[in-house]
Design a protein around this ligand. Structure first.
Ligand code: PEP
Ligand code: MG
Length: 551
């Protein structure tokens, strides 16, 4: 048995085979091939598989978006067998006596460069199509599947660390838990694990080796331990812990349908954080009373080009309708810093966390902001949608956002498109600046939601992604807690409500402090709703104190 110690970032225990994440952009290597005929057959199989996948995609596309979109995939399928392209792959294999992957990569690049050099803009744009087709063939040759998991059974996913754009594409139904070499409790893998309600351990370092792939692992997210090939005693202890966990889950189910209210009558809205429309099922299963943070960037991270207004509208509408009149707070695009999206072509920054990110991108690029706002207002006709702006530091930013909203509403009105003109507008308080000007900000909006992940990062000057900052990144620091208190007072003085949507909101040890501050809402991962409800229902708000704010 091998035992590894890391940092538990999402609770729970689980057992399953270890699977190493296959990067979609894994480097293509060249190697010598003796049997060229067999290699060509392998290529043919990969081509056939690619064509079948493209045909399925075309079919799906035709049903969902019509003929025009489907034609693209049909053209790609035809290109897989294009005579010149295939000839060029074969000659490379023969000349270099090499593997199919290398030849596909070479031929793809050669063709793409040829198209990119043409005068006609339409032909130039075809270079991307050729790269896309070659990538699909390569993935099939290398056993890389979309969603990153080529396994028939659910697995414990191991990786060095996962980027937000990678987590977004994972086939979640195949993941039992996460173990990573790097990462931190605020990294997006950890947040995803908590949303999914599965265990995760990060910071395992070099101990986590690819050679363990396929072996049985027991993961204990509570204590941060991974056991590979567990011995009998460990397995027995593990099974006992697993049984207790299931029992506790059953017990918590009795909290479904109960009100989020303290023993002395203080109501706290327990909402959920989600990252995609898929997560709504977990919100409903855990009886979340609303969505306090819908991270809309999933649409941008999952795509290879800007999502259209229509695509966004469909996603927001789906969530709003599924929540059936309960509040759904959708945060506008929050990319930049650790969430990079290639097609935004952002300049390289020395300090991306302090750079052009979130609302700064939206205010700089109205062509990106406007379609999102239009989609949000259109969705407001199908449920109780609220709009929330991230990373605010100044009052002028909020005023500009509101002007953009007014413009969009006027346009929709003119076009006769339905929307809710009373859609609530809120902001995230994630920067020390926003706390200092909270009184003024509160006059501009309907609600505040504190993003404690970033607020801790910026208040303590600690990178939330770094896993070696350890105790220096401390969301319980009195400076962070006093900032929360200042924000709560500013909100209540102005007569608006305030909540917390950062990870700290789910920290049960902080509940008395939040009750003492008068927090009106706590937005947590779906899995954390019922334990939080149980804690609220056994609390007495008026006996809670602000002792935690002392140094
Ligand atoms: C936060 O910063 O606390 C937050 C909720 O936003 P995100 O984690 O998406 O940056
Ligand atoms: Mg944030």
């Amino acid at each position: 048995m091998i035992m590894m110690q890391g940092k538990g970032v999402s609770k729970g225990v689980i057992k399953g085979p270890l699977y190493f994440f296959c990067r979609q952009d894994a480097a293509v290597k060249q190697w010598h091939v003796e049997d060229l005929q067999a290699e060509k057959e392998r290529l043919v199989q990969a081509q056939e598989k690619t064509i079948a996948q493209l045909e399925t995609l075309a079919e799906k596309c035709r049903e969902e978006a019509g003929d025009e979109a489907a034609v693209l995939f049909e053209t790609h399928a035809m290109f897989v067998e294009d005579e010149d392209y295939v000839e060029s792959i074969y000659s490379c294999m023969e000349e270099e006596q090499c593997n199919a992957e290398y030849a596909v990569q070479e031929a793809g690049e050669q063709f793409a460069a040829m198209f990119a050099a043409m005068d006609d803009a339409y032909m130039q744009a075809r270079a991307a199509d050729i790269r896309d087709v070659s990538k699909r063939i390569l993935n099939n040759l290398m056993g890389i599947v979309e969603g990153g998991i080529d396994s028939d059974v659910p697995v414990i996913l191991a990786a060095d660390d996962l980027a937000p754009s990678e987590t977004i594409q994972l086939d979640k139904s195949k993941i039992l838990g996460f173990v990573t070499q790097g990462g931190s409790s605020n990294s997006h893998t950890a947040i995803l694990a908590r949303t999914m309600g599965i265990p995760a351990i990060c910071g395992l370092g070099e101990e986590l080796k690819e050679e363990y792939a396929g072996r049985i692992a027991c993961v204990d997210g509570e204590v941060g331990c991974v056991y590979i090939d567990p011995d009998e005693l460990t397995l027995a202890q593990f099974n006992e812990k697993y049984a207790k966990q299931q029992e506790m889950k059953e017990l918590l189910l009795t909290m479904r349908g109960q009100e989020d209210i303290t023993l002395d009558g203080k109501k706290v809205n327990v909402y959920c954080n989600i990252g995609s429309p898929e997560d709504v099922s977990a919100v409903l299963a855990n009886d979340g009373q609303g969505i306090g943070l819908f991270r809309s960037e999933f649409l941008y991270l999952a795509a290879s080009d800007y999502p259209t207004e229509e695509e966004q509208f469909q996603a927001y509408k789906t969530v709003a309708a599924a929540m059936n009149g309960k509040r759904v707070i959708i945060r506008t695009l929050d990319i930049g810093a650790d969430k990079q999206v290639g097609y935004f072509n952002m300049n390289k920054e020395e300090n991306p966390a302090l750079g052009v990110r979130a609302i700064r991108i939206c205010l700089n690029r109205p062509e990106v902001f406007k379609p999102q706002l239009r989609a949000l207002y259109r969705a407001s006709a199908y449920g109780k949608v609220a709009i929330m702006f991230p990373m605010i530091t100044s009052v002028w930013e909020v005023k500009e956002c509101k002007r953009a909203c007014q413009k969009v509403m006027a346009e929709l009105e003119k076009e006769g498109i339905p929307f809710n003109k009373d859609t609530e507008i809120g902001i995230m308080l994630e920067t020390p600046a926003s706390i200092f000007v909270a009184e003024e900000l509160a006059r501009e909006v309907d609600f505040f939601s504190v993003g404690t992940n970033d607020l801790t990062q910026y208040t303590l000057a600690c990178d939330r992604q770094a896993n070696d900052l350890g105790k220096f990144y401390d969301p319980h620091h009195p400076a962070v807690l006093r900032a929360l208190k200042m924000a709560a007072d500013a909100a209540h003085n102005a007569g608006i409500w305030i909540g917390i949507c950062g990870e700290l909101g789910a920290d049960l040890s902080m509940l008395p402090t939040f009750l003492a501050m008068g927090m009106d809402e706590l937005s947590v991962s779906p899995n954390a709703v019922l334990p939080l409800r149980a804690a609220i229902r056994s609390s007495i708000a008026k006996t809670c104190t602000l002792d935690a704010l002392e140094c």
